[in-house]
Design a binder for this molecule. Structure first.
Ligand code: ARG
Length: 417
């Protein structure tokens, strides 16, 4: 944790202290000045590094120029991976079947860091740059309230009611540097698990996303004309090696992201149901998430019983929905975590994947815990499965269905009075 402090003389009355989640972008830069003025408060800026791979030093300098009392840059990449991304892989987390909840996962972590710094600095409140229309405000606020209900929560963008033009005007008046044009066409949020792109032409759901929204993935036409094979090893549901080489988690995700991105894998364009009731068109690129979740789920199919897998699919949907919806800290989430963790004890093995023109195909899998029994499955002459067993089984399994249909036909012939 890097920290830099400026001494201040507050006069006789101590000013309020507000800890702000700072990104270096226009909204949170304006927020620094706005909080200082509106609340007559000192601002402590915090950048939580979750792999957004922006120049965080430039952002830190910017915050200091805007007169923050103290600045923190917290490297939380490893924590993000271990406590948020790995659990999401184990839960095959895909909100509404499409979105690997990359932005959503980072929010409770950033919120918890704000609360941590607020305690350390004896601050009165915390602030974030979320609007009043999105999911992120819900995620921040509920996590903060769960951790410390006494902290004041300030969401300047939700409160100030400024149009974009008024915000730019405010920025100019207060000496806040404006972003270059190329950076304002879209609203982007990124971390090591994915990139989310919103606004501009993307607000028309019928308009194909222009090529310039994508930075991590190639288009299908630019992807290599030759397929590539890779293998991924999992241990207790966590990816640990690629092509037989063990890598630390961060290197592994970076590597998979680069390989999958090169083949155009992980572009997502879908209609999403937000927590606040709005439908929105969302565009993402999540190459590593797409590939790892496909591979992980395939391995689960090899090692979990049919009953476990069927139930886990429901748990996965519920887990993803809780994480998406700002309920990361709900006891139901921990209870589902316990179930998921138990199932992952056997999710150890290797998956072979073919990457080609925007698609990843699982083409092989192996595990010491495999429940696949070739002697049962084979159509060859030597099998341990006696086909005569099926007769009696079908009688009993289908009994409720066949009885109901007989009854229905009888009623059609002789309607009940
Ligand atoms: N809709 C996504 C979510 O709720 C992404 C929001 C990210 N924000 C952005 N400025 N692109 O998780």
């Amino acid at each position: 944790m890097r920290e830099s402090k400026k001494n201040i003389l507050c006069g006789t009355q101590m000013k309020q202290k507000i800890v702000l989640a700072y990104s270096g972008g226009l909204d949170t830069s304006v927020a620094i000045k706005w909080i200082q003025k509106k609340y007559n408060a000192e601002v402590i800026s915090v950048i939580v590094d979750v792999g957004q791979s922006k120049d965080l030093v430039i952002a830190e300098e910017k915050a200091k120029k805007l007169g923050v009392l103290t600045h923190y840059t917290i490297d939380a990449k490893q924590e993000f991976l271990t406590d948020y991304v790995f659990p999401a892989i184990k839960a095959n987390a895909m909100y509404e079947g499409k979105y690997p909840i990359s932005t959503a996962l980072s929010r409770p972590l950033i919120a918890s860091k704000l609360v941590e710094i607020a305690k350390k600095e004896s601050a009165n409140g915390v602030a974030h740059g979320c609007t009043g229309k999105g999911n992120d405000q819900v995620r921040f606020d509920i996590t903060i309230k769960s951790l410390d209900p006494n902290l004041k929560i300030i969401a300047p963008v939700r409160e100030w009611g400024l149009s974009r033009e008024e915000e730019i005007e405010f920025a100019k008046k207060n000496g806040i540097p404006l972003p270059k044009d190329s950076n304002v066409a879209y609203s982007v949020d990124q971390n090591l698990w994915g990139r989310s792109i919103e606004c501009g032409v993307l607000e028309n759901p019928m308009e194909e996303p222009p090529e310039d929204v994508y930075q991590w993935t190639k288009s299908q036409s630019e992807a290599p004309d030759k397929e590539e094979y890779i293998s991924i090893k999992f241990e207790n549901g966590k990816p640990i090696a690629i092509n037989g080489k063990e890598l630390n988690g961060l290197e592994l995700i970076e590597r998979i992201s680069a390989i999958a991105g090169k083949h155009g894998i992980g572009r997502i364009d879908h209609m999403e149901n937000r927590i606040v009731g709005i439908k929105s068109r969302e565009v993402y690129e999540c190459p590593a998430a797409k590939l790892l979740i496909e591979a992980h789920m395939d391995l689960e199919k090899l090692v979990l019983t049919r009953h476990e897998f069927r139930f886990k699919q429901q748990v996965d949907v519920e887990w993803s929905s809780l994480a998406y919806s700002g309920l990361w800290m709900d006891p139901l989430k921990s209870a589902l975590d316990a179930f998921i963790e138990e199932t992952q004890q056997r999710v150890t093995g290797e998956v072979k994947i073919k990457l080609y023109k925007g698609n990843c195909y699982i083409v092989g899998r192996y595990s010491d815990f495999s429940l696949y029994d070739i002697d049962l499955a084979t159509y060859g002459p030597k099998t341990t499965f006696d086909q005569s067993w099926s007769l009696g089984f079908i009688e009993i399994w289908g009994l409720p269905t066949t009885v109901a249909n007989i009854k229905k036909r009888n009623l059609l012939k002789n309607p009940a009075k």
